[in-house]
Design a binder for this molecule. Structure first.
Ligand SMILES: Nc1nc2c(c(=O)[nH]1)N[C@H]1C(S)=C(S)[C@@H](COP(=O)(O)O)O[C@H]1N2
Ligand SMILES: [Mo]
Length: 566
């Protein structure tokens, strides 16, 4: 009887609260600093993650500061034209204390959806007030309107979301509601009829062009391209699970393999538009692309901006698009017009584009000059400078397994069905995809007919039946060779970097293989079924015998006893 078992009072522990977890390395954020340049009595004993809890910001709303700039452009605040406004915004931000970013690398990632809320970002918007006050809520409404309910919302605001693994490669062309979203700010909603594009800086004839101007085929011929947009943070979760990197909740959204999407875009070549402005003058070599959203960085407020070299534009590899997969470009993807920079990281494909400035040098806007940097392994919190990183443009060749999933128990008959994507940046394309079922020792080539068609600027999805004789834990690995015969490093560590970008290593998935082509395994599975006992979780001890005593005796009769006699 249950009642007979005495319940013991918990023994008082002399271990300080949870310290064993710190010692075992499973409560990393609270890992005490060990400063070996100091004596034992001088060690700091303050857990790193115990920040003071700051009360929510009480905004001093300044409706004049952040107001809609142009009728019909809702949620667009102009910052770049008004240095004074930027200064005031900076002073406001400096006068408040904001909560630190949440810890999600050294401690487990929350299992909620949205995974992270973006409290700091919401509070920054509230602190500036005016038009920005309502932007977080308005943007979330657009997410719910335009995105698929299956989306994994990594960050609610600014919205960052990706499709779940089972849907990433369900189709070679990603349906718009399932295309990942990477926002650095709120979503401006711009009426197409009042939208215009400013072309300025070192262009011979600065111009303002309306949507009707851009869509006038007598001026600008239509262009249609199948393009994969990949965020340089794709598959970052593999780097995070190995070593933590820079922990801002926005910059380092814990992307899995879904921050990549492929769509058919219709628009025009930016090259023709620059030509229409008489071309570039005075040695201009870069075009700064500016979006109508508001971005926050180190207590500064700005419009989202990056730049592309003019050589890329001249090659007709930068489009201005208004149509995505046969539909009007969705608001959340940058309507009315976004740039699509083929073969470059997603960050260059500016959404809600409204201004293009020709300049001599790449822009110093933070997304170009201070973020999206690929550091070497010895650069980190202790020593990074912006120039220590390569500014990421073209992504290297990469690939991922979308099924099966890590820790899945896969029952098969000697062949495991595997599927996924493969992609290479810079106009290179996957030429060969290979899958290994033994951790990367032997590789099987995906038959050509199992790859989706080749395109210069798009991924290829693939499926594969991989021979697997093994029972128990195995590691499936995929790697791709592009048309320049570039391939992927084999381990995450090989490409690990402080910014947690460009996870280009071969994607590894550990699964538990149950090979039903083996008689004993087949019989055992049937027994589980007959007894209506679940086979999973595999760690649960089985409560019925593995064999009969007769089988046991027969074995030893045949094989001889356990110990031999002299
Ligand atoms: N204006 C603007 N453009 C932007 C961004 C942004 O935050 N604001 N994010 C960039 C990044 S980092 C990526 S990866 C792509 C993502 O495009 P998507 O959201 O349409 O998938 O948009 C890029 N263009
Ligand atoms: Mo990105």
């Amino acid at each position: 009887m249950q009642g007979d078992i005495p319940l013991r009072e918990p023994v008082h522990s002399i271990q300080p609260e949870d310290e064993w977890r710190v010692e075992q390395g499973i409560a990393g954020a609270e890992f005490y600093l060990l400063d070996q340049t100091k004596g034992p009595g001088e060690q700091p004993r303050i857990p790193v993650s115990k920040h003071p809890i700051t009360p929510p910001v009480e905004a001093k709303f300044d409706d004049e500061l952040a107001k809609d700039e142009i009728p019909g452009w809702s949620g667009y605040v102009e910052w770049e034209d008004y240095p004074g406004k930027k200064k005031t915004a900076h002073d406001i931000l400096m006068s408040h204390e904001f909560p630190p970013p949440p810890e999600f690398q050294l401690e487990p990632i929350p299992g909620t959806n949205p995974v992270l809320e973006g409290i700091r970002w919401k509070q920054w918007h509230r602190a500036i007030g005016g038009r920005l006050k309502d932007v977080p809520e308005e943007s979330w409404k657009i997410v719910l309107e335009e995105k698929d309910p299956n989306m994994l919302h990594l960050l609610q605001f600014p919205y960052n979301g990706e499709p779940p693994k089972r849907l990433v490669t369900a189709q070679a062309i990603t349906p718009n509601p399932l295309h990942f979203i990477r926002n650095h700010g709120g979503i401006p909603v711009i009426d197409p009829d009042s939208w215009f594009l400013r072309l300025e800086g070192l262009v011979r004839e600065p111009k303002k062009l309306t949507l009707a101007d851009l869509q006038d085929e007598t001026r600008f011929p239509r262009m249609e391209r199948l393009v994969t947009i990949q965020c340089s943070g794709t598959r970052r979760i593999e780097q995070i699970s190995l070593y933590a990197g820079e922990g801002d909740e926005m910059i380092n959204a814990p992307w899995a393999e879904g921050a990549i999407g492929t769509a058919r875009y219709v628009g025009i070549s930016l090259k023709k538009v620059i030509k229409y402005c008489g071309g570039l003058i005075d040695g201009a070599k870069h075009l700064e692309l500016v979006g109508a959203d508001t971005y926050f960085k180190m207590n500064e407020v700005m419009n989202y901006a990056v730049s592309v070299p003019y050589s890329k534009v001249r090659a007709n590899e930068v489009m201005l698009v208004w149509e995505m997969n046969g539909q009007k470009l969705p608001k959340i993807h940058g309507a009315p017009i976004r740039a699509v920079v083929m073969g470059y990281i997603g960050a260059r494909s500016v959404k809600w584009l409204y201004r293009i400035t020709a300049m001599k040098e790449p822009t110093r806007a933070p997304v170009q000059s201070r973020e999206y940097l690929y550091f070497n392994q010895q650069v980190g919190k202790h020593n990074q400078r912006w120039t220590d990183g390569i500014q990421i443009q073209e992504m290297p060749v990469s690939s991922a397994i979308m099924s099966p999933w890590n820790k899945q128990v896969v029952i098969h008959e000697g062949k495991i069905s595997v599927k996924g994507w493969a992609y290479s940046g810079g106009g290179r394309w996957p030429e060969r995809v290979e899958v290994s079922a033994d951790g990367g020792f032997s590789w099987y080539m995906v038959p050509v007919e199992n790859l989706s068609p080749k395109h210069k600027f798009a991924w290829r999805t693939w499926t594969m039946e991989v021979p697997c004789d093994v029972e128990g834990w195995i590691e499936l690995v995929v790697r791709c060779w592009d048309n320049s015969l570039n391939t992927q490093p084999t381990e995450v560590r090989n490409a690990w970097n402080w910014g947690l970008h460009v996870t280009s290593s071969a994607h590894r998935v550990r699964i538990y293989s149950v090979n039903k082509s083996k008689e004993v395994t087949k019989a055992r599975l049937e027994e589980f079924e007959r007894r209506q006992v679940s086979f999973v979780p595999i760690t649960r001890p089985t409560e019925f015998p593995y064999m009969t005593w007769k089988e046991y005796d027969d074995f030893f009769a045949k094989a001889g006893p356990r110990d031999i006699e002299v």
